[in-house]
Write a protein that binds this ligand. Structure first.
Ligand code: LCS
Length: 385
């Protein structure tokens, strides 16, 4: 099947043959006899046992997403953060070392600077773009190399192929957060990356109605993580959210195409506007990581960040002036969202660290939706004025 067909196709429900799967809102599953129960717990019978250990809606979702990201398996979590922290806690132990990129989502950065330290794991933050820049920071204790590409919110890129090659050579696993592009526009596993994580809250769901996370990888990574992280830590996605997410995914290509088309037009207009100092958008001709983009992205995506002349105050004023765009955090919704990273999503990162990651106090993040582009622009132009 071609990609769009893979997104849309549903499996007939084995129960009553319903076109769309029913929601299996059940905490537990009945065993016909004690022997079947024992076989299921021993992994000798494929049936379900208890919804923390597996549920038909969650399984259907995991199978679809594994195929969309070209992985052998997928795990669904109750949030993007549960997926990310589950990976680290599943893979690492005391004494291990992580190299993480400096430009990360605020809570991921906070987890790596605070929570993970309590478990005796060291983290070095490095602004690498290539394997060559990463290599000097890998030690014999380095088990994981972690980054976002594009990064939140500055949209800087990392060359996945070269980073994956060096990390593999040194015995470290690579984890990439692919939230900003979704599997429709980028597939890290095809570039040699070991593990992909998503905040499914964003483009995959697309309708702003749930919080969820996904981890996609090889069987030898997913299977133990399912047993240890999901079973023992229990940050699982609910059947209802799995069902909603599955339905959202079926229109990913159409939503992403439209948002991206709108973003391309808006980024160009913003770049020519006299109130704007700088625009970060991979689709602009002067985008600094153009060569990396061409190697690994199928499109620029639909996130735009821009720095206004006048800094913090002008940024706040702009957000209070827009009427069509919604002032809210999150991203990847069908409706356009606007927010101010320095005071919102990345406020938890100290100002000095934010500046190192390129997050200016006047930076505004714009998640472009699928509305009529002229309406979005009219509103933005009015607010910029
Ligand atoms: N990774 C990235 C790149 C994110 O942007 C977020 C959330 C997460 C992981 C965490 O996912 P969650 O647990 O929220 O599902 N990003 C947000 C943002 O930029 N605004 O609000 C949340």
């Amino acid at each position: 099947m071609n990609y769009s067909t893979k997104l849309v196709k549903v499996n007939k429900d084995p129960g009553h043959g319903s076109h769309i799967s029913p929601v299996y809102l059940t905490s537990t599953f009945v065993f016909d006899d004690a022997e079947i129960g024992a076989k299921r717990f021993a992994g000798e019978d494929p049936g379900f046992m208890y919804s923390r250990l597996g549920n038909p809606n969650v399984r259907e979702l995991e199978e679809k997403v594994a195929a969309l990201e070209f992985g052998e398996g997928c795990l669904a979590f109750s949030s993007g953060m549960a997926a990310i922290t589950g990976c680290f806690l599943g893979i690492l132990q005391a004494g291990d070392h992580v190299v993480a990129h400096t430009a990360l989502y605020g809570a991921t950065h906070a987890f790596l600077t605070t929570t993970i330290k309590k478990f005796g794991i060291d983290v070095t933050f490095v602004p690498f773009k290539t394997g060559e820049e990463l290599e000097p920071h890998i030690t014999d204790r380095t088990k994981v190399v972690y980054f976002e590409t594009p990064s939140n919110p500055t949209l800087s890129l990392v060359d996945m192929e070269s980073v994956a090659a060096i990390s593999r050579q040194k015995g470290a696993l690579t984890i990439v957060d692919n939230t900003f592009l979704s599997p429709y526009l980028q597939n890290p596993i095809l570039h040699g990356i070991d593990i992909v994580v998503h905040s499914a809250t964003k483009y995959l769901s697309g309708h702003g109605y749930l919080i969820g996370g996904l981890v996609i990888s090889r069987k030898d990574i997913i299977d133990p993580m399912r047993k240890e992280v999901q079973k023992n830590m229990g940050a699982n996605l609910s059947p209802m959210d799995a069902w909603l997410l599955y339905q959202g995914i079926r229109t990913l290509h159409i939503r992403m195409d439209r948002s991206q088309e709108n973003a391309q037009i808006l980024a160009q207009r913003l770049a020519n506007h006299k109130a704007v100092d700088k625009v970060y958008f991979p689709g602009l001709a002067n985008f600094e990581d153009k060569n990396i983009m061409e190697k690994q992205m199928k499109g620029p995506g639909a996130m735009i960040s821009f720095i206004l002349k006048g800094g913090y105050e002008t940024g706040v004023k702009l957000m209070n002036s827009v009427k069509l765009s919604t002032l809210a955090v999150s991203l990847g919704d069908v409706g356009t969202l606007i927010q101010h990273p320095a005071s919102m999503t990345h406020a938890i990162i100290p100002k000095e660290e934010r500046e190192k990651a390129g997050i200016d106090d006047g930076l505004v993040r714009f998640s472009v939706g699928i509305e009529d582009v002229e309406d979005i622009w009219k509103d933005l132009e009015m607010a910029l004025g």
